[in-house]
Write a protein that binds this ligand. Structure first.
Ligand SMILES: [Zn+2]
Length: 65
């Protein structure tokens, strides 16, 4: 028995490059690579609408390319 999840999950990550496959269940989708814009700090997976929030921890260390 698994607990119900909210429709749009928020995933906290520590890297700007993330891989999403939608997780388990109905939201699953082919694996896609997403790149978080450091200025944005988050990205929404176009497939499953999960929000990936960057938590690099290096706040104040913005490294503008
Ligand atoms: Zn996804």
């Amino acid at each position: 028995m698994h607990s119900p999840q909210p429709d749009f999950e928020t995933v906290h990550v520590t890297r700007l490059d993330v891989v999403c496959d939608g997780g388990q269940g109905a939201l699953g989708h082919p694996r896609v690579y997403l790149h978080i814009d450091a200025a944005e700090g988050s990205i929404v997976c176009p497939y499953c609408s999960r929000t990936f929030v960057y938590e690099g921890g290096a706040h104040g260390h913005t490294h503008a390319a």
